[in-house]
Write a new protein. Structure first.
Ligand SMILES: Nc1ncnc2c1ncn2[C@@H]1O[C@H](COP(=O)(O)OP(=O)(O)O)[C@@H](O)[C@H]1O
Ligand SMILES: [Mg+2]
Length: 451
């Protein structure tokens, strides 16, 4: 039996300290240290049985990654082409967003294809799961359900029934009797994740772990869990709306950044076959304060609408609100507009929103944000059928963005006929019939398009 000792762990960066401090010396966050119990022996102890001799890289025979499609194409895409055998996947999101629904749908499809599935539910009873399976019209005959929260019992059930896929819903509800801390605490989550990793890697069982995220971030064990697992999927989107986006923020078996789009219906999450069209309303041109851009996520382009509202402030400090984009980037763009293009908005409140609950974090959205803000400030719409794609540098210069051709083609598919892009991208992008290209080199000339 391993000996345990008490340490203090930072719930923000995961580093451990022998004594409590107000501020974490690693990440400089205040009041993030929480009590934790760890084994005194080195974590390598559990790996003694594994091959640890150094080997010549070229002589290693690669193990074939065994994937299985789960019949939900958007989920397969996010996972990098299907469920990978022996992988540990974390699926996170706000409560009520659809994690359990998606997991049960996936379990149903894989079980019908002959896979042995164990659904461990620490939150819902077997009866509730059955009701959901019926509502989703799933063939639940191949799914074993186990309403249990004790980690040791869950491990025994996995040993006894030898499932190929285990779904643990959720990591916050599970606890181990070896750890003297409540369920959901950093030490419990870390311990459970370690055991699940051993099950996944040691037995080749695929494990999906559900984790709840609150509006302020993780309840416990944030980055630590992300580091441990192979793949991290997050649900995004407004849980009051109908669309849900599942994004791979980390994937050891595929492209990270890949997204899948779903619609929540009474019979579960349905794939959206043509996701671009749901994030825009028409071709624009009628309302001031809106600009359309084509963003590139994972391996495909999406056309999204950037909305802005500029209004006279009644505060001493004007408000800047960004929904679906980075608020500090917004501040930078406003400074660039002021300094490089002479647009003064220091007396205005500014709200920027990416329509449809989509999140765009890439800088290629800069030009569309600037156009939407200017359009609202001047009360002049961006002309109909125009997409604006480009990063803006601190000097006001338009910088090239990647995958420009795919972005332009996606916009063309939806009926857009004019693309405002950085001049530096112009040469490298082949002519696309039906799309007029407007190359720009400076943010000043971008604003001239409107005035
Ligand atoms: N009886 C129902 N009819 C239609 N939709 C439902 C029903 N029950 C739940 N839902 C939908 O499923 C969502 C809950 O999904 P769930 O998978 O339980 O979320 P999570 O596991 O992420 O907390 C609800 O927000 C709702 O949209
Ligand atoms: Mg749930």
């Amino acid at each position: 039996m391993a000996r345990h000792k008490k340490v203090y762990r930072c719930s923000s960066c995961g580093s451990t300290l022998p004594q409590w401090m107000g501020k974490c010396p690693q990440c400089s966050q205040w009041n993030t240290l929480v009590e934790d119990i760890v084994e005194e022996e080195t974590p390598l102890r559990t790996r003694d049985a594994r091959q640890t001799r150094p080997m010549v890289l070229s002589e290693i025979t690669p193990l074939e990654t065994f994937r299985r499609g789960c019949a939900i194409a958007e989920l397969d895409r996010v996972l990098g082409g299907g469920v990978v055998q022996g992988s540990l996947v974390l699926i996170g999101g706000d409560p009520g967003i659809g994690k359990s629904t998606l997991m049960l749908q996936m379990a149903g499809h894989l079980a019908s294809a002959g896979m042995k599935v164990l659904y461990v539910s620490g939150e819902e009873s077997a009866f509730q799961l059955k009701m959901r399976a019926d509502r989703l019209n799933l063939d639940s005959s191949g799914i074993l359900v186990y309403p249990e929260v004790m980690l040791e019992k869950i491990r025994d059930a996995i040993d006894e029934f030898s499932p190929e896929l285990v779904i643990l819903d959720s990591i916050q509800s599970v606890f181990s009797s070896q750890i003297d801390a409540p369920p959901g605490s950093v030490s419990q989550i870390r311990h459970s994740a370690g055991i699940l990793m051993e099950i996944a890697k040691g037995k080749g069982v695929t494990v999906f772990v559900v984790g709840h995220v609150t509006k302020d971030g993780w309840i416990a064990g944030p980055k630590m869990l992300e580091h441990m697992v192979d793949t991290v999927l997050y649900f995004e989107g407004d849980d009051s709306g109908v669309f849900r986006i599942v994004r791979a923020v980390k994937n050891r078996f595929g492209t990270s950044g890949e997204i899948g789009v779903f619609e929540m219906k009474s019979d579960g999450l349905q794939e959206v076959k043509d996701p671009s069209s749901i994030f825009i309303h028409g071709l624009g041109g009628d309302v001031a304060g809106s600009a359309v851009m084509a963003t590139f996520e994972g391996s495909r382009a999406f056309v999204v609408e950037v909305q802005a509202l500029v209004s006279k402030t009644s505060f001493s400090m004007p408000r800047r609100i960004a929904m679906g984009s980075d608020v500090s980037r917004l501040a930078v763009l406003l400074a660039v507009m002021e300094k490089r293009a002479g647009v003064y908005l220091s007396q205005s409140d500014i709200v920027v929103n990416i329509a449809g609950g989509f999140k765009v974090t890439e800088p290629a959205v800069d030009l569309a944000i600037v156009m939407a803000i200017s359009s609202s400030a001047l009360d002049r719409p961006v002309s109909k059928g125009t997409v604006c794609i480009g990063e803006i540098g601190l000097g006001g210069e338009l910088r090239p963005v990647n995958h420009m051709e795919s972005r332009i083609r996606e916009a063309l598919k939806l009926g857009f006929t004019r693309a405002v892009i950085p001049a530096s991208n112009h040469e490298s992008v082949p002519r696309v019939t039906g799309m007029e290209i407007v190359p720009l080199s400076h943010v000043r000339s971008a604003l001239e398009i409107l005035s």
